[in-house]
Design a protein around this ligand. Structure first.
Ligand SMILES: [Zn+2]
Ligand SMILES: [Zn+2]
Length: 257
C-alpha cells in the first residue's frame, strides 16, 4: 500500500512538472486519501492547488505529521503572508503599524503602510507616517552638531546681556504699566535679534533642535535675575524677566523653525 502511495506521489509530482496540473491534483489527492499519514502526499497536493486557504490547510497537515519539515514550514509562512495581504487588500483595512490594536483604512502615501489617524500627518501631498515625515525632515535639516555649540556660544551671552538690560534698565523705569508696554515691543525685537544672530552664526543651516538650544540659553540667561527677585521676595520684579522668557521663547521658536 505504502509503495502505491509513493508511486502516486511521484506520478503526481511528475505530472505537475510537465504542467498537467489537473492530473497532478487527481493523483496527489488520491495519495492523501489512500495514506492520510504521508506528509509527502500532502506537501505535493499543497503545491498543486491554487486556493491559498487550501494550501494553508495542507501545509499544516504536513507539519502535523512531521513537525520538523522545513520546506512545509517555509511554505506555510509564505502562504500565510499572502493570505494576510489578501485580507488587507480585500477589506481596505489594516492595523496601524505603530499601534497594532488600532484598525485603520489610512495609509502613508510614501511607504504605503497602514497608519491610524493619530499617527498620520496631513501634508500637501497626502497623509504621511511619522517615520516618513522624519526622513523628509532629515533632508531639510542641513546643520550638524557643532551648530548647537555655535548657537549656545552666541545665544547665551546675548541672553544674559538682554536679561540684565531688561531687569536693571527697563525694570527700574517709571510706571510699571509703561514697563509692560515697552516689554511687549522690546522683547520680540531683542530676542528676534538673538535668533537672527544665531542664524547668521550657523551659516543659515537648519537643525532640528536649534530653537530649543536658543530658548534654553534665553531661559538660562534670564534665570539668575528671576532668582534674584525670587530670593528678595520682589514678585513684581519677576514680571519683566518672566515676559522676556515667555515672549522671547515664542519669538525664537517662530524665527528658528
Ligand atoms: Zn510612511
Ligand atoms: Zn497609530
Amino acid at each position: 500500500m505504502a509503495e502505491t502511495t509513493k508511486d502516486l506521489v511521484q506520478q503526481g509530482l511528475a505530472a505537475a512538472r510537465v504542467g498537467d496540473i489537473e492530473d497532478a491534483r487527481r493523483l496527489l489527492s488520491l495519495a492523501t486519501e489512500q495514506t492520510p499519514d504521508n506528509p509527502e502526499a500532502w506537501l505535493g497536493l499543497a503545491g498543486v492547488v491554487d486556493d491559498l486557504d487550501e494550501k494553508q490547510t495542507y501545509f499544516k497537515k504536513v507539519l502535523e505529521l512531521d513537525p520538523d519539515h522545513n520546506e512545509a514550514k517555509a511554505s506555510l509562512v509564505l502562504v500565510e503572508q499572502k493570505l494576510a495581504e489578501k485580507r488587507e487588500a480585500n477589506a481596505g483595512l489594516g492595523v496601524c503599524y505603530r499601534h497594532p490594536d488600532v484598525e485603520t483604512g489610512l495609509r502613508c502615501n510614501r511607504c504605503n503602510r497602514f497608519i491610524c489617524t493619530k499617527c498620520a500627518k496631513r501634508t500637501p501631498v497626502g497623509f504621511r507616517c511619522p517615520e516618513c515625515m522624519r526622513e523628509q525632515e532629515d533632508k531639510y535639516y542641513t546643520g550638524g552638531n557643532t551648530d548647537y555649540v555655535i548657537a549656545a556660544v552666541i545665544a547665551f551671552p546675548l541672553s544674559l546681556i538682554a536679561a540684565a538690560l531688561f531687569t536693571f534698565i527697563l525694570g527700574r523705569m517709571g510706571f510699571f504699566f509703561l514697563q509692560i508696554i515697552i516689554a511687549f515691543v522690546a522683547v520680540p525685537a531683542v530676542t528676534g535679534f538673538i535668533a537672527e544672530a544665531v542664524r547668521w552664526g550657523v551659516g543659515r543651516r537648519r537643525s532640528r533642535y536649534l530653537r530649543h538650544v536658543v530658548v534654553g540659553c534665553l531661559i538660562a540667561g534670564t534665570a539668575p535675575f528671576l532668582l534674584l527677585f525670587l530670593l528678595t521676595g520682589s514678585f513684581f520684579g519677576m514680571i519683566i524677566p518672566g515676559m522676556l522668557i515667555f515672549l522671547g521663547s515664542a519669538t525664537i521658536s517662530a524665527r528658528l523653525r
